[in-house]
Design a protein around this ligand. Structure first.
Ligand SMILES: Cc1cc2nc3c(=O)[nH]c(=O)nc-3n(C[C@H](O)[C@H](O)[C@H](O)COP(=O)(O)OP(=O)(O)OC[C@H]3O[C@@H](n4cnc5c(N)ncnc54)[C@H](O)[C@@H]3O)c2cc1C
Length: 365
């Protein structure tokens, strides 16, 4: 008999879990509320882009202002420039293409429905991939503390003047966060700020950011005529303390992606850890059941760029404290470690699966 499993939430983490569980012989029913452009910066590494193309034949949309150039700067205007680390996509394009690809699999069924806890459609083990949401809080019985989540504001607006050929990330010395300007399609530009901060503080900081990028970086963006989109991103410092599953009314709910707060606590990058968690989950099947102890272990061993390592934990705790010259120190730290970071990323076990097929040697089981 074919084992069946239900997944709630059909963005990165849910779709990844669906894809890999179906490869392990499961019949997957996935529920997604709707296809939509949830607020997201959309920065992904070039390695992940390559992976999507090699593994799933997904070619991401290239915007008319596509660039791999970026600047990382300070509020003072001092910056460093690099190229060839990440590209920007839209969360909508990524989700749409993943869904289009996955519906071709015979043992994956995707249904558009906003699921509530009262719906009787759960399998004994059900995958929760609903990110930061009421459903997650309900079934995982989770409450993120103030310091464990970043508030992010994003505005998708029109650029006036000469369109920039460089993405920009500016570290914010006043609070624990940063702002970004990512170039996009049809002269649109994706601007956001994110931080562990109160709503009022970040709201003001968001408008300051427009003045700053015009003044110091020459990015003249028409001020938003409507309110930016706001969303929370769970970025707990100690992810080992977050339970990966919860037993509620006889159903074992198992989290993937943002449900487990897997995004990197400094960069906020959560797309790749979300995808990887779906894959790791599928590596934990014993007798048609997910072994959650093994799942926890494999996440710890394999998601090196999320904050499950002590160094990242330490850095993320420091980043949430205010002290003099914090931003300048952060800037120099970044300057010195960036090549090491890049080398590490390229040795990342995940990508080595694609590039040299060394799954057995790189994957830590
Ligand atoms: C403003 C912002 C900027 C960001 N920028 C970046 C970036 O540049 N790079 C990066 O790597 N990461 C970025 N992130 C983080 C990244 O977006 C998340 O880590 C990633 O989307 C997590 O994927 P997920 O599948 O776990 O959750 P989500 O993307 O939150 O997906 C959850 C899905 O579940 C669905 N859902 C929710 N409730 C229900 C329900 N009851 N029934 C059915 N479906 C439901 C939702 O519709 C949604 O599609 C950013 C986040 C924010 C908020």
């Amino acid at each position: 008999m074919i084992p069946e499993i239900t997944i709630i939430g059909g963005n990165i983490a849910g779709l990844s879990a669906a894809y890999y569980l179906s490869k392990k012989g499961f019949y997957v029913t996935l529920y997604e509320a709707k296809l939509w452009n949830k607020p997201c910066g959309g920065a992904i590494s070039l390695e992940f882009e390559q992976y999507l193309s090699d593994e799933l034949n997904i070619v991401l949309e290239e915007s008319d202002h596509y660039t791999e150039r970026f600047k990382v700067g300070l509020w003072s205007g001092r910056y460093m420039e690099d190229v060839g680390v990440f590209r920007v996509t839209t969360r909508y394009d990524l989700q749409k293409k993943l869904i289009e690809r996955l519906i071709k699999e015979t043992n994956i069924e995707i249904k558009y429905k906003r699921v509530s806890f009262k719906d009787e459609l759960f399998t004994p083990q059900t995958i929760v991939a609903t990110g930061y949401s009421g459903f997650t809080n309900k079934v995982m019985e989770r409450r993120w503390r103030f310091n464990d989540k970043a508030l992010t504001l994003r505005y998708d607006g029109k650029f006036s003047g000469t369109y920039p050929n460089t993405n920009l990330i500016v570290l914010d010395h006043k609070k624990m966060g940063y702002g970004w300007v990512f170039v996009g399609k049809n002269d649109h530009i994706n601007v956001g700020v994110g931080a562990v901060a109160s709503r009022e503080f970040l709201w003001n900081r968001f408008y300051d950011f427009f003045d700053l990028i015009a003044d110091k970086y020459g990015y003249n963006i028409d001020p938003p005529s409507k309110k930016p989109q706001a969303w929370y991103l769970p970025i707990p410092t100690n992810k080992k303390k977050i339970p990966i599953s919860n037993l509620k009314d006889g159903i074992e709910f198992i989290g993937v992606g943002d449900v487990l707060g897997l995004a990197h606590p400094l960069s906020g990058a959560g797309i790749e850890p979300a995808w990887q968690s779906g894959w790791v989950l599928s590596e934990c099947i014993t007798k048609n059941r997910i072994d959650t102890t093994r799942y926890q272990w494999l996440l710890l061993k394999n998601l090196r760029l999320s904050s499950w390592r002590w160094l990242d934990q330490f850095a993320s705790i420091v980043s949430r404290i205010n002290f003099p010259f914090k931003s300048t120190l952060g800037y120099f730290a970044l300057h010195f470690i960036r090549h090491r970071m890049l080398t590490m990323m390229r040795k990342y076990p995940w990508f080595s699966l694609v590039h040299d097929g060394t799954k057995k040697t790189r994957f830590k089981s």
